[in-house]
Ligand binder design. Structure first.
Ligand SMILES: [Zn+2]
Length: 374
């Protein structure tokens, strides 16, 4: 299989060492994009691997799975607005990251990688540690020393080597990039082309759940299974972009008539995409970051900023910044409906309480409250 550069279109043979474009340093994608086909869904598999035929992986790869995907869709009244929450925090490690990690670690295992590392503010590191343990791969995780103690403890209990890095989030990536010079495979969830191969399945599931193919009580739509809005937090934007790509696949297959409006939410302390939308830029805006309770999306420059902004423009979407006060209030409101999420995940509810959308709204709740106890 091959990777293709998202910036300069260079085609690069896929390998564990090819984590960015050798020519221009751009982010890579899986080159062969399998079309979505309902006939290829393995309907008896209750995990995201039911879409395995539509996921780009090295030939003959044996699946490394912990039963991820097929998360529930729960409908609530949020301050007068009907919202379908996709409970991504019910993943095996308590965060949506498992969608990408199951694909990434499956590829590493197929390539015979024995030792690999990821850098993370917490959730992706915990996910990587868990799947590496499942695959028998030695994992190293580079995380900011100030990350949530529950997340750091989770990384370590899976048996990964945890490197706590002092300073801002970018220092963590720098430390890891230096370590790869010693032969460690850099299995970055942010850089890896396999991450979006996994996260795109969230759109496939929503289509099955909302179109009546797989209908939970009270959730079937009269239409074709595409919501009017898809709302998610944006740090690197891996769930946001995965959903965008997945909905595009469904549209290309003629299964949905139009793409949902893609709404990304950031914290007011770190809003590079919100600022870019406001200023009409096609790259993330340069911003001054301030501390926020939404630690998981405190990222000044997403790697795939161009595609995030394209997704927002193409779908008539938007990006919204919410304050820490709004985030904590929304987290409490969700909990009083039985939905316990971390502050980073509550940003979507904070945004919905402010902007009052009309139509069918799906919002992703990405990380468990147990990761960052109140
Ligand atoms: Zn390139």
């Amino acid at each position: 299989m091959d990777f293709v550069c998202s910036s300069c279109d260079a085609v690069i043979p896929a390998s564990p060492r090819a984590w960015r474009c050798a020519s221009c340093g751009g982010v890579l994608d899986v080159a062969r994009h399998a079309p979505f086909a309902p006939d290829l869904i393995e309907a008896r598999d209750p995990s995201l691997w039911r879409y395995g035929a539509m996921i780009g992986l090295p030939e003959g790869a044996a699946r490394v799975s912990l039963g991820e995907g097929m998360t529930p869709l729960v409908t609530v009244n949020l301050g007068g607005t009907r919202v379908h929450f996709k409970l991504e925090y019910l993943a095996p490690t308590g965060a949506f990251k498992d969608r990408g990690t199951t694909i990434l670690v499956t590829a590493l295992k197929a390539w015979g990688v024995a030792r690999a590392a990821d850098d993370s503010s917490g959730n992706a590191g915990a996910s990587f540690a868990a799947y590496a343990a499942r695959a028998g791969i030695a994992a190293e995780v580079f995380a900011p020393a100030h990350a949530s103690p529950a997340k750091l403890a989770q990384i370590e209990i899976y048996g990964a080597t945890l490197n706590r890095i002092e300073g801002v989030r970018a220092k963590t990536t720098e430390a890891l990039e230096a370590a790869t010079a010693t032969g460690l495979v850099y299995a970055s969830h942010a850089w890896s082309p396999f991450t979006l191969e996994g996260t795109k399945t969230v759109a496939y599931e929503l289509w099955e759940q909302l179109s009546g193919r797989m209908t939970a009580p009270g959730e079937a739509l009269a239409g074709d299974g595409a919501p009017d809005y898809f709302v998610s937090p944006i740090g690197q934007g891996s769930l946001f972009l995965g959903a965008y790509r997945g909905f595009k696949d469904l549209a290309a297959a003629g299964l949905i008539g139009r793409l949902p409006r893609m709404i990304g939410v950031q914290s007011a302390g770190c809003p590079p995409i919100v600022e870019a939308v406001r200023k009409g830029l096609d790259r993330a805006a340069n911003i001054e970051t301030r501390p926020s309770v939404a630690e998981g999306i405190a990222l000044a420059r997403p790697l795939r900023d161009r595609e995030i902004l394209r997704a927002i423009r193409e779908t008539g979407g938007d990006a919204i910044a919410v304050s820490d006060d709004e985030i904590l209030a929304a987290r409490g409101a969700l909990a009083r409906m039985g939905l316990y999420v971390e502050p980073t995940s509550a940003v979507v509810a904070a945004a919905l309480l402010r902007i009052r959308l009309q139509g069918t709204i799906v919002a992703a709740l990405t990380g468990s409250g147990l990761k960052s106890p109140a």
